[in-house]
Design a protein around this ligand. Structure first.
Ligand code: RIB
Ligand code: CA
Length: 332
């Protein structure tokens, strides 16, 4: 059984990852820790509660995290990708106040970083951190507890890109671009760390056929993933993502990190010391040393080489893993 804390900025593809983590029989989803990113921290936290409620998981804790990046000024959010509310403009239109007394997922009193550290200290070596948003909470937790890499079972990050072009600049992926200082801080520590970046998530494209199967076979959860994905599919279609595919599609970014946790063999990886560029034209770029350069000085000195990055994926296996689990979860 994988005990998981999912650090997330829901987020339409985050919603898919949440459903997959909730539905997988080998995952015990302890909590969602929320971070700014796709939309503001207020909206990502409200969305986390709403998604858990919709998926019958109101007992899963929510810990609210960072509202702004570690160092740099905040960048604009991504409402043009995820909708003004962050979940495809499907958040209840009515003034649905999440009544703190009702059976709703409740926001912990501890902030995300403190929650992560206290949970890791209480269960050393048992908890997997799955990070699918900007890495601000993970960096803050690391600063709070420098031994965190030794206290977690592993850290899996949806973010970055090694060879594939970026999705927010030619060089940078969105989660790393949103907080490059946090990403570089995280890369500097000696975690059991795997990056699930655009090199593989751009090869895992969910089509409308896949999403219609969830709508038709995965109950209320499937309907929610279909409804929220409409805005996301439109964004990808309007930006030419469907080229080469004969129907509308979107990248299954965040759920791919969950696939790595439960089906690691569908990926192939490379390893090396990693940095993230924090400023200038290449801000947010992941740079991985895959040759083991021997540096006497410079930015690379004493960098741990425990960072793995996924480079290839068995696309059909990854899609089937996600779809079959969500159908089993949503139809039960
Ligand atoms: O680049 C894709 C990542 O950025 C995903 O986590 C998506 O939710 C956005 O946060
Ligand atoms: Ca995300």
């Amino acid at each position: 059984m994988h005990k998981v804390i999912l650090d997330t900025d829901p987020g339409i593809d985050d919603a898919m990852a949440i459903a997959y983590a909730l539905g997988h029989p080998d995952i015990d989803l302890l909590a969602l820790t929320t971070v700014f990113g796709n939309v503001s921290i207020e909206k990502t936290t409200r969305n986390a509660q709403y998604l858990l409620d919709c998926m019958g998981a109101e007992k899963v804790s929510v810990a609210k995290g960072a509202a702004v990046p570690l160092v740099q000024p905040p960048l604009p959010h991504s409402e043009f990708v995820h909708g003004d509310d962050g979940i495809g403009n499907c958040y209840p239109k009515a003034a649905v106040k999440l009544n703190s007394q009702a059976a709703h997922a409740k926001v912990q009193s501890q902030a995300a970083a403190e929650y992560i550290v206290s949970m890791a200290r209480a269960a050393p070596g048992e908890i997997t951190l799955l990070a699918v948003g900007p890495l601000t909470n993970i960096a803050q937790a690391l600063i709070l507890e420098p031994a965190l890499p030794d206290l977690v079972k592993q850290l899996i990050v949806m973010g970055g890109t090694v060879d594939e072009p970026g999705n927010v600049t030619p060089l940078a992926e969105a989660n790393f671009f949103n907080d490059p200082h946090a990403a570089d801080t995280v890369m500097a520590a000696d975690w059991p760390l795997t990056i699930v970046g655009l090199d593989v998530t751009h090869k895992i494209m969910l089509t409308d056929t896949h999403l219609a199967r969830l709508r038709d076979e995965a109950g209320q959860c499937g309907q929610l993933l279909w409804d929220t994905s409409r805005f996301y599919i439109d964004f990808y279609t309007n930006n030419g993502a469907a080229i080469g595919l004969d129907e509308p599609c979107c990248a299954m970014h965040d759920a791919a990190a969950v696939v790595f946790l439960v089906e690691p063999d569908v990926f192939t990886t490379v390893s090396g010391a990693s940095r993230v560029v924090t400023d200038g034209m290449a801000a947010g770029q992941l740079a991985m040393d895959r040759k083991g350069y021997q540096y006497a000085t410079g930015h690379w000195i004493n960098r741990p080489v425990t960072t793995r990055a996924c480079m290839q994926v068995n696309t059909d296996a990854a899609l089937n893993a996600f779809i079959s689990t969500v159908i089993s979860f949503g139809s039960s």
